[in-house]
Design a protein around this ligand. Structure first.
Ligand code: PBG
Length: 325
């Protein structure tokens, strides 16, 4: 006797009854690019539908995001001034700090995550301070990250997300946050972050491409699987409350692996290149956009990610709502 799998697929209500992977607007994090200046709403050419906003124009975007039931934002800043010490990253009145203040004042219900890194703030585009050979100095950079994290928390950030990939940054940031009275602010670590070609469109969006070389001396090598649990466990040991795997789509095996080994919420970051690939194919009429997006986001959940950072968050929230009807 063979098994009749099709019994449980017979109609929509049956399929909805037996399914065991869930996705909800609560799980979604929507990234926002915020540019210093006024009256800015400019579309990112390689990411159709995604815009850079100045703080004074954020309202139109935030109203929509809120009405769709999305609760969590991830902020990236694009400063006017860049230098070799990333001074705008930890300026109390820098672009991210001002954006956080605005959002927490006007929309106190949003959970605001801030990306802590230096690449958008350095004139050379690397994630830290360089030595004379162009090597990113680890321990010197930690000082800047600590200052940046505290300035974000002071502005009102709810969660701090360091993405620089320096060693020891979670310990340093945790220590600085605690010292300044922010012991209740969680750290969401980009613990498993690969040196990836999938970040291409983001670097246009955030104007953060390195002016020379690449990020291979600090971001992970996708051929080095031994490093994965080592990075994740180390960050948890140093105090990370949540772990990001980034990119997501090509790394579902690692999400599953970390899910088995670590007892923290796992975040999948479906990065800019993942968005642009789907968007471009959809605009050409080559694929069904909703179908492909939902299939891949459910795959991230099935792999073990509870939280999904995606540029498709607004569309997904809308599609989930339609399905409920
Ligand atoms: C900052 C940072 C990057 C991304 C998130 N934070 C770029 C990078 O590491 O080069 C990429 C996000 C995306 O591609 O959507 N370091």
């Amino acid at each position: 006797m063979f098994k009749r799998h099709r019994r449980l697929r017979v109609n929509k209500n049956m399929r909805n009854l037996v399914r065991d992977v869930y996705l909800d607007a609560d799980d979604l994090v929507y990234p926002l690019f915020i540019e210093e200046g006024t009256d800015i709403k400019s579309e990112i050419p390689s990411m159709p539908g995604i815009y850079r906003y100045s703080v004074d124009r954020l309202k139109e975007e935030l109203d929509e995001v809120q009405s769709l039931g999305i609760k969590t934002l991830l902020l990236f800043g694009i400063p006017k001034h860049k230098d070799n010490t990333a001074s705008e990253a930890y300026n109390e009145h820098g672009i991210v700090q001002e954006a956080v203040r605005y959002i927490k004042k006007e929309y106190p219900d949003f959970l605001v995550i801030t990306d802590v890194c230096n690449c958008e703030y350095t004139d050379h585009g690397h994630c830290g301070i360089l030595d004379e050979n162009g090597y990113v100095l680890n321990d010197v950079t930690l000082e800047l990250l600590g200052k940046t994290a505290v300035s974000h928390a002071k502005a009102g950030a709810d969660i701090i997300a360091p993405s620089d990939m320096m060693d020891g940054r979670i310990e340093k940031i945790r220590e600085e946050l605690d010292k300044n009275g922010f012991e209740n602010i969680p750290v969401m670590s980009y613990a498993v972050k690969f040196s990836s070609a999938f970040y291409g469109p983001f670097r246009d969006a955030a104007d953060s491409a390195p002016k020379f070389g690449d990020r291979k001396s600090y971001q992970m090598d996708y051929r080095a699987e031994f490093d994965v649990l080592s990075e994740a466990c180390e960050d948890i040991k140093q105090g990370a409350d949540m772990i990001i795997v980034k990119p997501a789509l090509a790394y579902l095996d690692l999400i599953a692996k970390i899910k088995r080994e670590c007892n923290v919420p796992i975040v999948a970051y479906s990065v800019s290149g993942e968005y642009s690939m789907v968007k471009a194919a959809a605009q050409n009429g080559w694929i069904d956009e909703k179908g492909v997006v939902m299939e891949k986001i459910y795959a991230m959940k099935r792999a073990g990610a509870g939280i999904i950072i995606t540029y498709y968050a607004k569309d997904i929230a809308e599609w989930l709502r339609e399905e409920k009807k």
